[in-house]
Design a protein around this ligand. Structure first.
Ligand code: NDP
Length: 439
């Protein structure tokens, strides 16, 4: 039952999951008897709090902070923190809900959670970012811990923010423990964590294509976003012989037919943190399409002809019209690095066209899986090599793909990885909830 029109993204995520769960719910009385759906859509705990901080002019600013501890049936709550002006309770709730199934699919012992704040890091000084992160933790520290709730990064939260939050957590608790993932490599971070979501989403595409006897080599690819996930998607695409020709940020889309120059992109976004249009200074042969010139019914990046598409920016960035354009232009696979980037109507277009479609909760699970590998290294006081972690990531992504595809086949829709991923994730969480009793 929808009770709050403000939580549009949460309802969208729940509807998608419930639609695909119908075949298993209809044949399994136990889920009804145990009110599993009613319990699953209700977070175990939601924390909302005030985050006051002082800006560089000496003025006090106030933001809203959130942490949703959604489901702990499989392990401690695990999920990122997002700092973006669009953050509200509905966005965090949708992300937390998706996280339950994603984490279950990894096969690792992690429950689902998510958090963040409606804070805009753009244009803020380093001192302002630090004071905001410290204030955020002044409340959050009492709710998190290495065996209870382990946050990580997401949009607007990278290693710098994790560092400031961990420092404040340590000062308040006196504990030096693995309470965050995505930490710096200098003090407890895992190799490959930074790259994991992007790499994982490309591995997922590789496995989808392999089932059709195809590979990534020589394929022209569209990537959206220009942040952590997009950059390492582009890096892995090049390593596997594909040619990524686009990326985007909230100001517009960059199209470079010769292939995006990764070194320039990293310099602009990881070092200088400037707008994407500056890419043209180094590469005048590229084209920048500002947001004002986007088609009214979608996003310029998806109108460029290519064979593969990797949405890696944000939710609902790929509309029905975008999906129709992709299919008309001959796209053969879509692998989602972002969370819920395709609208429900766009997903229908991909499923009807029977192209390879890897939904975010399966295709982008490499990030959280590697976070769990970071937790394992912290708990055992070990440090694994890049190759060791990357190998584990490949195996985890392969198992996620196999789990989603064999479950889809079991329920009579072999190409439908949305159904496969949702049912495979749901079964694990639901059965664990039943075994743990009514709590
Ligand atoms: P970053 O903050 O590093 O980058 C986000 C990118 O997307 C930026 O280029 C940003 O542009 C763009 N973007 C964000 N919001 C909007 C918007 N409303 N309109 C247009 N462009 C936008 O975040 P990540 O790369 O970490 O995250 C990207 C996606 O991947 C998110 O959906 C996230 O939930 C998901 N994800 C991330 C994981 C991770 O490990 N980091 C794990 C699993 C999923 P600009 O800078 O101009 O705002």
């Amino acid at each position: 039952q929808k009770t709050s029109p403000a939580q549009a993204e949460f309802y969208q995520a729940v509807e998608e999951v419930l639609d695909s769960l119908q075949p298993i719910l209809e044949t399994n009385e136990k889920y009804k008897l145990h009110s599993i759906i009613e319990r699953m859509v209700e977070p175990e705990r939601q924390i909302m709090f005030r985050v006051p901080w002082v800006d560089d002019q000496g003025k006090v600013q106030v933001n809203k902070g959130y942490r949703i501890e959604f489901n702990s049936a499989l392990g401690p709550y695990k999920g990122g923190l997002r700092f973006h002006p669009s953050v509200n309770a509905g966005i965090i709730k949708f992300l937390g809900f998706e996280q339950i199934f994603k984490n279950a699919l990894t096969g690792l012992p992690i429950g689902g959670g998510k958090g963040g704040a409606n804070f805009d890091p753009k244009g803020k000084s380093d001192g302002e970012i630090m004071r905001f992160c410290q204030s955020f933790i002044n409340e959050l520290y009492r709710h998190i811990g290495p065996t209870t709730d382990v946050p990580a990064g997401d949009i607007g939260v990278g290693a710098r923010e994790i560092g400031y939050m961990f420092g404040q957590y340590k000062r308040l608790t006196g504990h030096y423990d693995g309470v965050f993932t995505g930490k710096s490599l200098l003090w407890g971070g895992s190799l490959v964590r930074k790259e994991a979501t992007g790499y994982g989403c490309v591995y997922f595409a590789q496995y989808m294509l392999a089932d059709k006897g195809d590979t990534l080599a020589g394929k022209q690819c569209l990537v959206s976003g220009a942040g952590n996930v997009a950059i390492y998607t582009i890096e892995k695409l090049y390593e596997l012989g594909a040619r990524p020709v686009t990326c985007s940020d909230s100001s517009g889309t960059l199209y470079h037919e010769a292939g995006i120059d990764l070194a320039t992109l990293k310099e602009l976004k990881e070092v200088r943190k400037v707008r994407l249009s500056e890419y043209l200074t180094a590469h005048p042969d590229a084209r920048f399409i500002p947001v004002n010139d986007y088609p009214a019914d979608g996003h310029a990046v998806w109108r460029i002809p290519a064979q593969l598409a990797f949405p890696c920016a944000t939710q609902n960035e790929l509309t029905e019209a975008d999906a129709q354009a992709l299919v008309a232009n001959g796209v053969i696979a879509v692998s989602e690095g972002a969370n819920m980037p395709s609208t429900q109507e766009a997903v229908e277009v991909f499923l009807d066209a029977k192209i390879c479609y890897g939904p975010g909760k399966a295709a982008n699970a490499g990030g959280v899986a590697t976070s769990q590998l970071e937790m394992a290294q912290n708990a055992s006081m070990q440090r694994w090599s890049f190759e060791e972690v990357d190998e584990k990531l490949k195996v985890i992504m392969k198992n996620i793909y196999l789990s989603a595809s064999t479950t889809a086949a079991e329920f009579g829709e072999p190409h439908n990885l949305v159904l496969g991923a949702n049912i495979a994730g749901f079964r694990k969480v639901a059965d664990a909830m039943i075994e743990q009793g009514v709590v």
